[in-house]
Design a binder for this molecule. Structure first.
Ligand code: SF4
Ligand code: SF4
Length: 296
């Protein structure tokens, strides 16, 4: 059985991606589907918290997603060719030879290529953590955390997804739910590659629609089918209707604004569990049932 990967993204932060992703994972798990939730927002991961926090860690690995140069000062003859070649100004002159500014270094290795005496070698650098945990609601979550100043968040997300697929095959998982990062940068591209479906979450602001348009362009380039969820639609219903036709993507569902959603966040409980009879929960269920209909 192939795994269905559903990415929840928005093109802009604060629209309710994690709200939709956590409730979707909970809905599927409660409907007896085998699901893994992936938090691909590695700069600010919070999906595990939205699903009740960690009950037990399955595994935890350091991630070495970059390489950094090491200078052999015994070999260096101070020709400074490496400094001239470095586009990121990550090297400066020192008494014994070049000094590396590791915060500016992108680790692509040009300095090593131009060094005439092989005085520059490279060593892996830790850029983050990867771990899998069962949430207190018994939902398996795979998540990552980029280190402060860590680079290559796209590669970290790629690795997260690779591990989720490996684990998913072993556990007969049917659905991967990916909570993507905001924006349309490398981590979002990594989240989208290979996905079965993209749920774009929009709220009734011009900024959200602009972000969604940019995300949609990316999804089209990657040939990924997209649907819309209109979040907090009742704050400006006319605007969202216009936006939906502007984006030209089928609307999967509309979710109203409710302060109870904030309570759900603060109590680390999906609203489907906290207030199953609320209007918001009914709208979420309708949306997710439509999604199931779309996928079968
Ligand atoms: S690896 Fe690239 S960015 Fe880093 S010091 Fe060398 S040339 Fe500069
Ligand atoms: S290119 Fe090599 S030899 Fe020249 S300054 Fe850099 S490390 Fe030293």
């Amino acid at each position: 059985m192939s795994i269905c990967e559903i990415v929840v993204a928005s093109g802009k932060g604060g629209t309710g991606k994690t709200f939709i992703a956590s409730n979707l994972a909970y809905f599927l798990a409660k409907s007896n589907h085998n699901v893994i939730a992936i938090d691909a927002d590695v700069e600010a991961p919070d999906l595990l918290l939205a699903l009740g926090g960690a009950k037990g860690i399955l595994w935890k690995n350091e991630y070495y997603g970059a390489e950094v140069p090491i200078i052999d000062y015994k070999r260096c003859m101070k020709c400074w060719k490496c400094i001239e070649a470095c586009r990121f100004e990550a090297l400066r002159k020192g008494e014994r030879g070049p000094i590396v500014d590791y915060n500016s270094c992108e680790g692509l290795g040009v300095c090593g290529l131009v060094c005439p005496v092989d005085a520059i070698s490279f060593k892996p650098r830790r850029t983050g953590l990867l771990y899998a945990a069962y949430s207190s609601l018994d939902i398996l979550v795979i998540t990552g955390e980029l280190d402060l100043g860590g680079k290559n968040s796209g590669r970290l997300v790629y690795e997260l997804k690779r591990k989720a697929y490996d684990l998913g095959k072993k556990l007969d998982v049917e659905y991967l739910i990916v909570d993507a990062a905001p924006g349309i940068g490398c981590p979002v591209i990594s989240s989208l590659v290979g996905a079965s479906l993209l749920i774009i979450v929009v709220e009734p602001t011009p900024q959200s629609i602009k972000g969604a348009q940019r995300l949609l362009t990316l999804a089209k380039l990657l040939d990924i089918r997209s649907v819309l969820v209109l979040n907090k639609y009742d704050l400006n219903p006319g605007y969202l209707g216009k936006a939906a036709s502007l984006l030209g993507v089928p609307v999967l569902g509309k979710i109203r604004y409710d302060e109870m959603v904030v309570s759900a966040y603060t109590s680390m409980t999906p609203i489907l569990m906290l207030a199953p009879g609320s209007a918001v929960s009914r709208e979420l269920k309708t949306t997710f049932e439509r999604l199931m209909g779309l996928l079968t």
